[in-house]
Design a protein around this ligand. Structure first.
Ligand SMILES: [Zn+2]
Length: 117
């Protein structure tokens, strides 16, 4: 059973390649035409899954960015908003991230933040 999008894309390209091979070997022009259309359809489907995966990745990145912007604490030394520079899963908490914040003044600290979307 195919689960990951990359597996589905790979499957589509494999089927497209099979259709191409069958088209190249076909003696019947109608069968050749059918296999060429089938190849195009598999490629189009692969592209569709690739686009969906790209949009999904973009959405995840956008959610991470918006989460980072909403978690900009004020620097305790100068009062400016600090920028989140790294996040790693928190070892002791579910649905939490360990985030490092840096300030332009040089101050840096780590905080736990929620892992909500
Ligand atoms: Zn500062």
């Amino acid at each position: 059973m195919l689960r990951k999008s990359s597996d589905i894309v790979r499957y589509c390209y494999q089927r497209a390649a099979e259709c191409r091979e069958r088209a190249l070997r076909a003696n019947d022009s109608a069968l050749k035409d059918t296999m060429v259309v089938a190849e195009d359809s598999w490629i189009t489907l692969a592209h569709s899954y690739e686009l969906t995966e790209t949009l999904s990745n973009f959405g995840a990145e956008l959610r991470r960015y918006l989460r980072s912007v909403s978690h900009m604490p004020a620097c305790p030394q100068c009062g400016r908003p600090m920028r989140m520079v790294t996040t790693t899963p928190a070892a002791s908490f579910i649905n939490a991230q360990q985030a490092r914040f840096d300030c332009i003044c040089g101050y840096s600290e780590c905080r736990l933040i929620d892992d909500k979307n």
